[in-house]
Design a protein around this ligand. Structure first.
Ligand code: ACM
Ligand code: ZN
Length: 534
């Protein structure tokens, strides 16, 4: 008993210390991703209904960001900022040149006058606004007291990406917008949109209506895990984005300083397209929109001119819709079985003086690169595009580990690091997989994402070729948005820190401390999340 009573006292004392710690650190500012420089100062500024939002109203970008801020204050805190300068201080946005900061950088000063966010461009003001959101209470009823501070911040990498697979499962426009908002919240700026795959083609192409009519629908879907199950649900599944919807998303993203990079898979992962246009395959089909997961032997015929005509036509419409510098052509997991048996593919190999089917894939990708370059765009592809010789200007997305990225950088190519081991958010977040919702496999806890360094294994003199880092969300086992968010949160926070915060500043304990105020924010924003690390 005595032991228990003593233990009880110790527990209450610990609880007191713990709650004091929480209270004291409410006075600090917990920002994710960690800003490059943050200096706390003495004093507090309180935002009230008398605080005015001040900016150059002729600047459309600033007006939009101001609208985001007012909307945020109204939606979550039921607070209307003053329309004119009153006695409650100001939140001011100011575009001005700031030595040492690029267009995504910003400074922020909180003092007795209020909050001043300055940046050389609107991008930086937008990121300052994201930082400001994290200074507001994570409780809608909380007081808007912000400690005096000075921040100078800018990203480590130019490419801070998230990929979403909308082929294995389809997500509506309304959710894509929430996904983009969630990216923006963590200062991510590149949305890689995986739009075509074996199990569905999700982008309307006017010249080929069969892609929407046939390729976007599968008859049914595998139930359970592909390693174990051969059961199907018997329910038709599909969907696609119209070109108007695509334009709407691209604009929505641009308004949040996010570039959308579309991916059109070739030469593999093309079953869905071939289901509608079987003449583009080596055997002429019939082909089906796949109902299960994995890698399929149905690929575009590299010997037929009409394959290239089709893909170039598709690229024409894609380039009309997406202003991005980069177009992703996939290139991963292309079995060569059909090409080996196909007289036209074999003739192509002979005519072009290629050594084998690997070089035929290289021929395929080079040809598409030439076409993209002629339209002023750059090709990006998964690391398989290194096999058989990489296209001259191609950028490589390293997914099968880091080796592809290391090799590409060595050869003088730009790379995006997205190795499966550290960046695949479709992997489990708990080693005890029985307690988790079904996932593809793997184990990727928050700390492992956090500790990944995109340039860690790249030669120093080649490190400038690493444009950035990206996480990928493949959706074989993610059929709804609740589960999608569970897989993304909180790992997106660790990704943001890898992508944004300066090299050499990592401290998982400090990150966890800052994350303590993020979890209640997820709740406030209606975001589902995994709480194993909390
Ligand atoms: C990939 O995960 N197949 C790029
Ligand atoms: Zn062929």
């Amino acid at each position: 008993m005595r032991f228990l009573r003593t233990t009880g006292k110790i527990c209450s004392a610990l609880l007191l210390v713990f709650s004091m710690h929480i209270n004291s650190h409410a006075q600090e500012i917990d920002i994710v991703p960690k800003p490059a420089e943050l200096k706390m100062q003495k004093g507090n500024f309180e935002i009230t209904g008398n605080t005015a939002l001040v900016y150059d109203r002729s600047n459309k970008d600033l007006a939009r960001i101001a609208g985001f801020l007012s909307g945020h204050m109204e939606q979550y805190y039921k607070m209307n900022l003053a329309s004119s300068q009153g006695n409650g201080g100001v939140i001011r946005f100011e575009i001005t040149s700031l030595p040492g900061l690029d267009k995504e950088g910003y400074t922020m000063k909180i003092d007795k006058n209020g909050i001043l966010i300055s940046a050389p461009a609107a991008n930086g003001i937008f990121y300052g606004f994201q930082t400001l959101k994290q200074m507001l209470p994570s409780d809608p009823a909380g007081k808007m007291i912000i400690p005096y501070a000075e921040i100078k911040d800018q990203p480590r990498f130019a490419w801070r990406g998230m990929m979403l697979d909308v082929c294995r499962h389809f997500f509506p426009v309304s959710y894509i917008k929430k996904f983009l908002d969630n990216m923006a919240m963590y200062k991510l700026n590149t949305f890689h949109w995986h739009l075509t795959d074996d199990q569905g083609w999700r982008i309307e192409i006017k010249k080929y209506p069969g892609l929407a009519d046939i390729s976007s629908w599968r008859d049914e879907t595998l139930i359970g895990h592909g390693h174990k199950s051969q059961l199907y649900d018997g329910i038709g599944y599909g969907g696609f984005y119209t070109q108007d919807q695509i334009r709407e998303i691209v604009q929505y993203a641009a308004d949040r300083f996010i570039t959308v990079v579309p991916e059109i898979e070739m030469p593999g992962h093309s079953s869905a397209a071939l289901a509608a246009y079987p003449e583009l395959g080596c055997t002429g089909g019939p082909y089906q929109v796949q109902k299960s997961w994995g890698v399929f032997k149905d690929v575009y015929c590299a010997g037929k001119e009409e394959t290239f005509r089709f893909l170039q036509d598709v690229i024409d419409e894609v380039c009309e819709l997406f202003p991005s510098e980069y177009i992703h052509i996939g290139g991963d997991e292309c079995p060569k079985d059909a090409w080996k048996e196909c007289p036209l593919c074999q003739k192509r190999i002979k005519d072009e003086g290629l050594k084998d089917e690997q070089e035929l894939q290289s021929y395929f990708v080079r040809r598409m690169e030439k076409y993209l370059n002629s339209k002023g765009r750059k090709l990006i592809g998964w690391d398989e595009i290194l096999e058989g010789g990489i296209a001259p200007e191609a950028t490589v997305m390293s997914w099968r580990g880091e080796q592809g990225g290391i090799e590409a950088a060595k050869q003088g190519h730009d790379v995006i690091m997205t190795p499966g081991e550290f960046c695949y958010f479709d992997h489990y977040q708990n080693q005890n997989t029985f307690s988790e919702p079904l996932a593809i496999g793997g184990y990727l806890p928050l700390e492992k994402v956090y500790n990944y360094d995109p340039v860690g294994k790249i030669d120093k003199e080649k490190a400038h070729h690493v444009l950035g880092v990206q996480a990928n969300v493949w959706t074989e086992y993610i059929a709804n948005t609740q589960k999608l968010e569970y897989m993304i949160f909180p790992r997106i926070c660790a990704l943001s820190e890898i992508a944004w915060s300066p090299a050499g500043t990592k401290d998982f304990g400090d990150f966890q401390k800052r994350m303590a105020t993020e979890y209640p924010r997820f709740k406030m924003y209606g975001i589902n999340y995994c709480d194993h690390s909390f």
